[in-house]
Design a protein around this ligand. Structure first.
Ligand code: 3DU
Length: 260
């Protein structure tokens, strides 16, 4: 199962860092060369690789992206597609199936579409293909407050409650493999952690370029840090990856977090 594989990879690599390989807009050939170079340089400090549509659009899923996935697997890294799946169920199922067929170990999906005719088909196909689903709970950017941060009436209990608390509860109920909470909001990580109680891992993007702090995020309860620009745009990506890995790993150990 994906969550156990993440645990295994984390223990083996002594790293809870997931590289977000986002390289901006460039020619496909250059993007491919750079992607492989960065992966080769940084892999020993990582437990997984995350790609998003920024890579799939120029490289193609079954052309370039599959090559990057194969390289990642060779380097013993798990792969996550940050698709933020967010459509009707039938479309969601097809999107997830294509990403899994291309070799991704997990996809990220948006809980705003709900379960029935929303994310249920994604969880079904994930179970069939033995892959993972990670759901968004609170994004890292400022505008996240307009959606994830709204105070809403829970349809089940009629109580007024933050949207992200409901999403954290859904992550538990749906048995998701992970919940995304921005590293830019350690207090939200803490709150979500109190709901998830370690049963669903917290994945935190937003360290560095977006202003989040690795130590604060992990101390608040983040299990994995998703890092893009701080590493890929660094003068020495390997050194930077190692530095962030060391901070995150020490903080995780300090928290006494047992990796499954
Ligand atoms: O800001 P960075 O360059 O470290 O990249 C963060 C990555 O995480 C990037 O791929 C972005 O698409 C993704 N992400 C968030 O930044 C915030 C979220 O809530 C979810 C995913």
């Amino acid at each position: 199962m994906f969550r156990q594989e993440m645990g295994r990879s984390t223990r083996k690599k002594k790293s809870n860092i997931i590289l977000a390989l986002d390289l901006g807009v460039d020619r496909p050939q250059k993007l491919m060369t750079r992607s492989l170079r960065i992966l080769n340089a940084t892999h020993e400090y990582l437990c997984a690789l995350k790609l998003n549509r920024q890579a799939v659009l120029p490289l193609g899923l079954f052309d370039g992206v599959q090559k990057i996935i194969s390289k990642a697997k060779e380097l013993d890294l798990l792969t996550i597609m940050d698709a933020k799946i967010n459509d009707v169920g039938n479309t969601n199922r097809a999107i997830a199936e294509y990403y899994y067929k291309a070799g991704f170990d997990a996809v990220i999906a948006s809980p705003f579409v709900g379960w029935t005719e929303g994310l249920q088909p994604v969880f079904e196909v994930a179970q069939m293909m033995n892959r993972g689903v990670i759901v968004l709970v609170y994004m890292s950017h400022k505008g996240a407050v307009e959606g994830y941060g709204q105070i809403v009436q829970d349809t089940a209990t009629r109580q007024l409650i933050p949207q992200y608390t409901i999403f954290a509860e859904k992550a538990l109920k749906w048995n998701a493999d992970g919940a995304v909470v921005g590293a830019t909001y350690p207090e939200k990580i803490r709150e979500v952690h109190a709901v998830l109680k370690g049963k669903v891992s917290i994945y935190s993007p937003g360290v560095g370029a977006q202003g989040g702090d690795a130590e604060a995020a992990v101390k608040a309860g983040a299990d994995y840090l998703i890092i893009g620009r701080s590493i890929v745009e660094a003068e020495d990506p390997a050194k930077k990856a190692e530095q962030i890995r060391d901070i995150a790993w020490q903080s995780l150990k300090g928290r006494g977090r047992k990796i499954e």
